[in-house]
Design a protein around this ligand. Sequence first.
Ligand code: M6R
Length: 611
Amino acid sequence: MCGIVGFVGNTPCSSLLLDGLRRLEYRGYDSAGIAIADDTGQVRICRAEGKLTRLEEAFRAEPFDGTVGLGHTRWATHGRPTESNAHPHRVGRVIVAHNGIIENYLELKEALQRQGRHFSSETDTEVVAHLIDEALATGADSLKEATWRALDRIEGSYALVVMETENPDELLVARHASPMVIAHGDGCAFAASDVPAVLSHTRDFVFLEDGDTALLRADEISIFDADHRPVDRPIKRISWDPISAEKQGYKHFMLKEIYEQPARIVDTLRGRVSVDRGEVHLPELGLDADTVAALDKIVFVACGTSYFAAQIGKYLIEEVARVPVETELASEFRYRNPILSENTLAIAISQSGETADTLAAIREAKERGARTVCICNVIESTIARESDGVLYTHAGPEIGVASTKAFTTQVAAVSMLALLLGRLNGRLESDRAQELIEALREIPAHMETLLQDVDVYERIARQYSQATSFLYLGRGNQFPIAAEGALKLKEISYIHAEGYAAGEMKHGPIALIDRELPVVVLCPKNAVYEKTFSNVEEVKARGGRIIAIGTDGDHRLQNLADVMIPLPDAPDFVQPLLSVVAVQLIAYYIADFKGTDVDQPRNLAKSVTVE
Ligand code: M6R
């Protein structure tokens, strides 16, 4: 849930650390800190509560520099977001930054306190610093040895970067159930919880495995496995352009990411679909005709926006492949007693690949014998590594906390999956597959058209941003888009919103409708158009304010609506990829009009790696 960056080399590193933290701020932003050692071993620490700008101000007031250092940006789990709880934590010779949760920290803390050790924070992390310091004080002959001793006593998850004042030319890095990458530069080495932190300095990364530790020096990196044996890990080249992690002139990352969607969908489809043959190639999933023929069902597990992508997957797969699909919130699935078999395909959907509930759910499915695959955006993330097969979305780094391009690439991925399953089990004819693949390939161009005219969203923002509540309605595969539209609005504008199946409106929410309630209705021309249109009439009859998202040229809908957002005409199968852009833009322009923190909404974090 936090971000870490570390550097060891021969050049001053304060700017690099602060820049790395800036690129990691999406991982946590309630406090931040850096520690830098000069070559005499003198270490200075600067920490600040709040966003990174507060740390930068504090650092500028009393600057310092050195050639070894680490930085941390925090999203609190144990202890309030205060300066004293901000990382790095120093105990004696040891300085530590940590991501994750030490589950047995209270027990360890009490034991350490009984030995007379004094704690200066409320964090679980400080326990780690004490344990390493204690190991050094009781005979461990190196930082590496001391860290291993400390880790033996810890239960929980961690990505750690450790410095020691006696050895100011090295950093010790450790990983368990929390991501950590390392990289070699020219006369230097880097450590980071996420690739973008140091992507402007290198593209070649080593993804540490669970239980690994690594010793970083300017001229060499040594990696050790969970049994402390030296080990080689492969170097992976990351092709993301560092500039793609910047805002590129857009006011917010979220807006930039909304506009990136056509290109990211092209990337996601590239090389995987063939219109001519009506085929989809996803060998990375390891599915063949026999496996698919034997499937008893598919179970999607996911959270938040990724869960709505799963719901769309259900509609599409059942439609074209006729395989039964269940969708389940990962946080519910993991504590139920789900019925799975070796013929069940469990699919996790996760942008980050680190969401704790989704990870636990996919582990649960695996334990119960199901085949597991995931749809994921982060290469080598934990969920990706633990699944039997991975279908990577190619959304690139998503910085805005509110998910946009990750969602549409997930929907593109489940669409391809539906087509693949249908072709493998023979339920989808080649001609029909060709039509649907063609429709998918046309989506980026349609999205470009949609993104050209934003006046309507600015108008909606001016007219409706004072509303205290919104209702979103949709049927069929537009129902998950209604839910996603409501989630987007809640997340970034803090306006209450509900996404409802349009047919359910008369079973309750209809009571809410009055002149004050904006109702966003997803009503493109599709198989359930007439049914949804009746719901629009019901809203109108009760004086509700209608924002209709429908097919371009639908004058009947336009006449009924207060505002109409026209969508390019497209087959039902791909319509969610268009209507979602409209609900993203409604949320964005309302939030921007209200002046909320669009990219880092209050109380939210990009990657929810704790329960
Ligand atoms: O990384 P994941 O896709 O597993 O994340 C799941 C949710 O936490 C995420 O989609 C969340 O709901 C977003 N903030 C939605 O915009």
